[in-house]
Every structure is written in C-alpha cells, then in structure tokens.
Design a protein around this ligand. Structure first.
Ligand code: GLC
Length: 394
C-alpha cells in the first residue's frame, strides 16, 4: 500500500468514527457531516458503505440495512426507498410524515451491496437486501416511468442529488437565481409533491418538475445490473434474466433518446432536451449506455480545461456564463460525481485518465481535507467540513 493511501485510510477511519451515529441500538449509519447533515441520506450512505468496506465490512452492511429501514411498505408508493431517513424525527415535518421523506435519490444500493460482497462474501447479507431492492426497482419502473420508455423520471431536484444545479433552473422557472431563490423553489415544490401524491404524470400536467435525468438513469442501470448479479449469486436465474433484460432496454433508451440528443436530460412527456451543459453526461459511462467511440469523444471533451481545469471534474464548465466555482452545485468538484465518472472511465478502459482523476482527487483531499465539495480552480474546500463522502478518495 502506498504511503499516501495508508495515510488516507487512517484519516478516513478517524472521520468515519467521528461521524458514526447509533440509533435505538438497532441501526447505525454515518452522518454526511457534523451539524450540517446529521440525518441519513440515501446515496451518501451508499457511498459511505462503499468506503467503509475497506475499514469494517460489517459496519458497511449495517449502513445499507439502515438505508432500507424506512422503505415504504404499503399504498401506491410501496417499494420506494426514501432519500432521507430522519431517525430522531427532527425535520421530517417538512414531508408531513414521520421518520422519512417522500422522494428518493440516485439508486446505488445494490451496486454498493455487490462491492461489499466482493470483500466480504456473505450470501445472507445479499439475501437480506434482495427483496427490498427488487421491490424498489419494481417501484421505479411502475411509478416513475409513466410513458413506458424505460427511462425513469425524477420529480424534484433533490432526487438527482444535484440540488441547485443550473440543469433545473428553467424547469423551476428561474433565471440566474440567487441561492436563496433557488432553495425557495425547491421548498415550494415539496408542497406540490404532497398535493399530487408524487405522481409524475399529474405533476407534469400541472407544469411542475418531471425530468428524465441522464445520471439518475445511468446509475439506475448499473444498480439493476448489480441486482441481477445478486440474483445470480442467490441462484435466482429467472430473476437474473429478468433484470438483465430491463438493463438492456434501459441502456438502449439512454443511448437512443439522451445520447442522441447530445447527452441532455429530457423534460416532461414531450421529452424536451434541457440544453444546459454539465458533467452529468459523463456519468452515462457508469451505466455503459454508449459505444466505445462515443466514450472516446466524451473523454476528450471531459479532459479539456473547461471541465477539468485543475483538481478534478467541475459540474458546470468554466466557460459557461453561469459558472460559479464557489456556489453550491453551480461549478464545483463534487466527490460523488467524480467517483461515478472514475468508475465509468474504468468500465471503458480509460485507465490512465481514471488514474489521473483519482490521483487529483486524493491530492485534493489530503491537502485540503474532507469537504462537501471543492472549488475547481483553487482546490479550496467548500460547504460542510468533515464531510464523509469525500472519503470516496480511498
Ligand atoms: C446536499 C447534496 C446532496 C446530498 C446531501 C447530504 O443536499 O446536494 O446530494 O445527498 O447534501 O450530503
């Protein structure tokens, strides 16, 4: 093990210990960051579990069990796994419901489970997650694909994880908004979700937010592949075939509908491309929906200074007139996004580029510390300090 990796591992172990939360002596998870983000978020916890597998695989398994603990069991949202679990209930009044939110986040739970299984082969662990995760993916298909085109829709920017991105400005009827104005729209949208029972069709008819997002769909594809892999390991061969069938259809849909539209997200049932340049397109590699030639072009584009000015990939290109290197989601390096791109690069065998990206990121974390996101021009850490997901560097 290289000395910088050893050092990083020590620092991550210390960070995770400090950010660990034990609840009701039944569940345990890692909070995203002290004081700012005390509750449990879906994709954060999956990333934490992915890192935790190098430190303590049993804790990694428990983190995923906590993610699925408030899965909806009955009603028309049965199967949904919430984007937030409010274990102590503080804050969940926003949703008018106890202990959880009513929306989801990028589905990367099965993917995390398979990575954990690789270092700690425990079939009981996979078995315990298989049904909840199958139900989750059935819910996504049934509830979030009203036009039946194998692309699922998100109904709130929070579901993408890219809360305040320029990607969502037009749909939220915002024009170069301040951070407060954009936050207000996100909060107002929660009321609409409650009124229309999170039904993407109804929300769209009323001109609210309904978007087929390229990164969410690509992550979903990789997650269903992992679910198929879990089915194979558990000798559920029909299920394996079933999930892989959907994976293929979803890959084709991402390719034919989004990649052919120059890698844009699609708004509403009219599927109007959202022509805002951003780094989500690079995450298409994570779900392997593009050809090797398309990936080569994409990587050329990604390695230019407008997307990779210095320390890593910025969400918004530096050449955009809305590029803001220190504003939340409007032109920063995010650990989650960079890790997903790293994994996509590996899938397409761009090993050198992937290695450079990883080395950039490790250096960033070792020099500047564990932050929520970073300024792509200066490397300065921004947002929440001691943030758990920057441990993805490990
Ligand atoms: C912010 C991010 C979101 C993340 C959450 C917890 O809201 O935008 O993606 O899940 O913080 O870290």
């Amino acid at each position: 093990m290289g000395s910088s990796v050893k050092l990083l591992k020590k620092k991550v172990a210390r960070l995770f210990k400090a950010n660990r939360v034990d609840v009701h002596s039944t569940h345990t998870y890692t909070k995203p960051a002290p004081s700012v983000y005390e509750q449990q978020w879906l994709w954060d916890s999956c990333f934490h579990a992915i890192v935790q597998r190098w430190i303590d695989p049993e804790l990694a398994k428990q983190e995923l069990h906590a993610v699925v603990a408030h899965q909806v069991e009955t009603g028309n949202q049965a199967g949904m796994i919430p984007h937030m679990n409010y274990w102590d209930n503080a804050g969940s009044e926003l949703w008018g419901i106890a202990h959880r939110s009513i929306i989801t986040q990028p589905p990367i739970i099965a993917y995390a489970a398979v990575l954990i299984y690789e270092v700690s082969p425990d079939k009981d662990f996979l078995f315990s997650l298989y049904e909840p995760l199958s139900n989750y993916h059935h819910w996504l298909r049934k509830t979030r694909d009203p036009d039946n085109d194998n692309l699922v829709s998100i109904i709130h920017p929070w579901e993408s994880g890219w809360d305040a991105s320029q990607r969502w400005d037009r749909i939220l009827k915002l024009n170069k908004p301040t951070d407060d104005a954009s936050k207000l729209e996100r909060l107002k949208l929660v009321l609409a979700l409650k009124t229309y029972d999170c039904d993407p069709d109804a929300l769209e008819q009323q001109n609210y937010f309904s978007v087929e997002a390229i990164d969410f769909n690509s992550i979903r594809i990789a997650d269903m592949e992992s679910l198929a892999e879990i089915a194979r390991i558990l000798k559920k061969n029909d299920d394996h075939t079933y999930w892989m069938g959907i994976v293929r259809k979803a890959q084709k849909a991402v390719h034919d509908k989004m990649v052919m539209q120059k890698f844009y997200d699609l708004a509403g049932t009219a599927e109007k491309p959202i022509r805002v340049n951003n780094a989500a397109k690079f995450i298409s590699m994570f779900g392997e929906s593009i050809t090797q030639d398309e990936a080569s072009d994409l990587v050329k584009h990604m390695t230019s200074t407008k997307y990779w000015p210095n320390f890593g990939i910025t969400t918004t290109p530096t050449t955009s007139d809305t590029f803001a290197p220190d504003r939340y989601w409007r032109g920063n390096i995010w650990p989650s996004v960079n890790w997903l791109i790293y994994k996509g690069l590996k899938r397409y065998h761009f090993d050198e580029v992937a290695k450079n990206l990883a080395e950039n990121f490790i250096k960033l974390v070792l020099e500047h510390g564990f932050w929520e996101y970073y300024n792509p021009l200066t490397g300065e850490g921004l947002g929440a300090e001691n943030c758990s997901w920057s441990a993805l560097a490990l």
